[in-house]
Design a protein around this ligand. Structure first.
Ligand SMILES: *Cc1c(COP(=O)(O)O)cnc(C)c1O
Length: 398
């Protein structure tokens, strides 16, 4: 019995998973044998590697992307009375960060082809908000599945309406927008990455906030560690005989990344391009194998080189003659670890209680009713991919 369960676990193909090498393990072991498990040299080394990869001035490592989004909002001055806008098709953290700051959140419907926040809907909503005097302080576009949003369009609107931009690039490290690395900050104030194990590279848990503005980076560094500074230049002057080697000058948190995590992240950076290339090869193969099935494969905007964190297909339910749930369950029964990214955030019970109604964003609802994420990660073999496609063919009744 126990054996049967174990075998079943082995044969389950997850929708995503980490890829850990011996070099990654060695990097972590080296930290464990060193003097510093936290606040040592690995964190700045990881920050430097990511900043130079992305071509951005500053990178601040944190214990998660959720923490990174929180300090990013605070650094941009988000507080009570402010409004932050994001996409409804995202992980809840993209919206929660605004609520942590006492601000409120609102959602901009998605583009029907990229599933990212729609620039047309954003422009309409901004025009209305301007009339009613409730423009957003910050907009958080999310690069869903790793495909960058129309950043030039969003940036142009930010110049006109005066809002700030945080890119939630939790899915998108290693991707490019118009031939340039996501995270370089050309079209935004802050970019956030996640290093959760299902994401493109992992630190176990972890996140990073990138900015070109020195003061924003400094503010985020301060907030990640209790609001404490040991830089005399930032301290409030005291009597010369008093010994003050650090001061708390803001209300911060313990959002620090450990050196153990940073060492893993830094080691994974070496294979980032390889991981993304592998994801693209898997996507190309899915594209071929799924041709003729009643599904829509992910459309790629010509401006984008996706990180391909996720591979989301949309079911053509009218052709399939089954419900999304039936297809989903058939795939699970066949040992395919499918998932749904995402339920529109405003439909979460917590958000519904805040007053959001079902049907608030029509494109997002349509997407939610048809989307399924199928397995996508660098170590996915062709045989496993074939199994996914066979299961999908059977589940869609062909
Ligand atoms: C994973 C994810 C986050 C949160 O990342 P953590 O590192 O787990 O906190 C935020 N936004 C999006 C879009 C994500 O996918």
């Amino acid at each position: 019995m126990i054996r049967a369960i174990a075998l079943e676990r082995v044969s389950m193909i997850p929708y995503g998973r980490q890829d850990i090498s011996e070099a990654d393990i060695q990097a972590v072991v080296n930290v464990l044998r060193s003097d510093f498990l936290t606040q040592g040299p690995a964190v700045p080394a990881f920050e430097k590697a990511v900043a130079s990869y992305c071509g951005v001035g500053h990178a601040v490592a944190l214990n998660s992307a959720t923490s990174a989004l929180h300090v990013a909002c605070l650094a941009l001055g988000v507080g009570a009375g402010d409004v932050v806008w994001t996409s409804p098709i995202t992980f809840v953290a993209s919206a929660n960060c605004a609520l942590y700051c006492g601000a409120s959140v609102d959602f901009v419907d998605i583009d029907p082809r990229t599933y990212n926040l729609s620039v047309e809907r954003l422009a309409e909503k901004l025009a209305q908000a301007e009339k009613s005097g409730c423009l957003p302080k910050v907009v958080i576009p999310v690069h869903l599945c790793g495909q960058p949003c129309d950043m030039a369009g969003i940036h142009a609107l930010s110049q006109h309406y005066g809002f700030k931009i945080i890119e939630d690039a939790s899915h998108a490290i290693g991707g490019k927008y118009r031939e340039e690395s996501i995270g370089n900050g050309r079209y935004s104030d802050i970019t956030v990455f996640s290093f959760h194990p299902v994401k493109i590279i992992t630190a176990g848990e972890g996140g990073m906030a990138l900015a070109n503005d020195k003061n924003l980076a400094k503010r985020m560094r301060l907030l990640r560690s209790h609001g404490i500074t040991s830089d005399v230049a930032d301290m409030i002057p005291r009597a010369p005989e008093e010994l003050w080697f650090y001061q708390q000058i803001a209300l911060g948190f313990n959002y620090r990344m450990t050196d153990i995590h940073a060492a893993l992240g830094l080691s994974q950076m070496q294979r980032l391009d390889e991981f993304v290339a592998k994801r693209h090869a898997i996507a190309r193969r899915y594209e071929e194998l799924l041709a003729g099935l009643p599904v829509t494969t992910p459309w790629q905007h010509p401006d984008s080189y996706s990180g391909f964190h996720l591979y989301v297909i949309r079911l053509k339910l009218a052709e399939i003659g089954k419900t999304q749930r039936e297809v989903f369950e058939a795939l699970q029964t066949a040992g395919i670890g499918v998932n749904l990214h995402y339920i529109p955030v405003y439909r979460q019970p917590y958000y519904a209680k805040l007053g959001f109604e079902t049907g608030y964003c029509l494109e997002a609802e349509q997407y939610y009713a048809e989307a399924i994420s199928i397995p996508m990660y660098p170590a996915l073999t062709e045989a496993q991919q074939d199994r996914v496609v066979t299961a999908l063919r059977e589940a869609t009744g062909l």
